[in-house]
Design a protein around this ligand. Structure first.
Ligand SMILES: Cc1cc2nc3c(=O)[nH]c(=O)nc-3n(C[C@H](O)[C@H](O)[C@H](O)COP(=O)(O)OP(=O)(O)OC[C@H]3O[C@@H](n4cnc5c(N)ncnc54)[C@H](O)[C@@H]3O)c2cc1C
Length: 375
């Protein structure tokens, strides 16, 4: 029987980042992955690093996002050094374009909201915005520059994190589907695979949108897949420096010249098909934001499944089963939240104390809600 200090279900960026952090703290860690590591949401994402809430339901996440952003440069530097791989980190800020006729009011609201969340944001005139990003549509009326935001090549990052984890002593097992947590009375003592038991003092469920399929984890991680379609474009006609947003879409430049455009949010189960309607919803607003993209070559299209929770907030921390922790439900922000997730899980395992308040993200909130509904 395999025995570890910590057994992790799921070899995406979240499972990999936790494994690396724990291994660097001296723990023996095993990661169990049902397919090939790093090929699900962490591969499919856009890699935008933005702690700004996308809508009111995720405002509670802003402090966690800020804490993770503050760790990012060091996280990337450490991962690159250990793995000897590049992660495509671009700390160049992001720019939100405003097309509205009521641009002045929208601009001051957006800037005030960001300041209220404790995030830097600068109001730009249309001319200033186009000076920074000449590819922008001349019809843009104003823009918000968020200088502290960034992007990373999430495919490269995930691969580098997994390699850094391996080099730091983590054992990563492919084709090893976790069927259930291994529970003995009030304690979780490891994981159950199809024909094997894995013994561990601590068990972490980091299986992304599939976490609820692991028997014994479903009550704490009632996640569902939120499909996102993406398009990769290439053109010599324009250069984009920063992530560009409109209210419909984002464009993400990569160091190798690709421009990613995304993304849809669809609740259609575990389907990962790219659809004509999905591409239309991405490409029309992409061309509206940067018109010269009309002549860009479509290089790749894909879809991935974000792990969404009932309140759209992450699911982090201990459960009421001793030794069992959750690290899932990162929805649209798992690339951003990887460093802080790894840090908090390590702090809890080390001495049951965490440096950022994570009560709001407790896996017990769903168990409690179910008890109240059935009472
Ligand atoms: C189109 C799109 C755009 C996105 N853009 C951004 C962005 O710009 N910024 C951002 O921060 N986030 C973004 N995200 C979200 C981000 O990608 C996810 O939140 C993050 O990757 C989740 O990481 P994870 O490791 O939890 O999940 P995953 O990467 O899905 O990894 C989970 C792993 O667990 C494995 N697994 C599942 N079940 C089992 C089992 N029973 N046993 C063993 N292994 C199992 C899976 O095979 C998988 O490898 C985006 C996502 C998508 C799809």
């Amino acid at each position: 029987m395999k025995t570890f200090d910590v057994a992790i279900a799921g070899g995406g960026l979240i499972g990999g980042a936790i494994a690396l952090e724990l291994a660097l703290a001296g723990m023996r860690v095993g990661v169990f992955e049902k397919g090939e590591p790093g090929q699900e949401a962490s591969w499919a994402g856009a890699g935008i690093l933005s702690p700004a809430p996308e809508n009111p339901s995720t405002i509670a996440m802003a402090p966690l996002g800020k804490a993770s952003m503050a760790l990012y440069a060091d996280f990337v530097a450490r991962v690159e050094e250990i793995s000897d791989q590049n992660t495509g980190f671009r700390p160049k800020g992001t720019l939100q374009a405003i097309f509205s006729r009521d641009a002045a009011r929208e601009l001051s609201t957006a800037v005030a909201l960001h300041h209220g969340w404790g995030l830097k944001a600068e109001a730009l005139s249309a001319d200033d915005a186009r000076e920074l990003e000449p590819a922008l549509n001349p019809e843009v009326e104003a823009a918000v520059l968020r200088p502290e935001e960034a992007s990373v090549d999430n495919r490269a990052l995930t691969s580098a994190v997994l390699e850094a984890a391996r080099k730091s002593g983590v054992k990563i097992f492919s084709d090893s589907e976790v069927k259930a947590i291994w529970r003995e009375r009030e304690r979780c003592v490891g994981l159950l695979l199809a024909n094997e038991k894995v013994s561990a003092k601590w068990t972490v469920i980091a299986a992304g949108c599939f976490s609820a399929n692991i028997a014994g984890a479903e009550a704490y991680a009632p996640v569902r897949p939120a499909k996102g379609q993406m398009v990769s474009l290439r053109t010599d006609q324009i250069t984009i420096e920063r992530v560009l947003w409109s209210d419909k879409i984002y464009l993400v430049p990569r160091n190798d010249g690709r421009i990613l455009a995304g993304a849809t949010v669809e609740y259609v189960g575990f389907d990962k098909n790219v659809t004509a309607g999905g591409l239309e919803r991405i490409l029309s607003p992409a061309i509206e934001l940067a018109p010269d993209l009309a002549r860009a070559r479509v290089e790749e299209t894909w879809a991935g499944l974000r792990p969404d929770s009932p309140d759209h907030l992450p699911i982090l921390g201990p459960t009421d089963v001793d030794g069992l922790l959750m690290a899932t439900g990162h929805f649209r922000s798992g690339i951003l939240l990887a460093p802080i997730t790894a840090r908090l899980i390590r702090e809890w395992i080390d001495d049951q104390h965490v440096s950022v308040d994570w009560e709001r993200f407790s896996p017990l909130r769903f168990v409690q809600a179910r008890k109240e509904t059935s009472a």
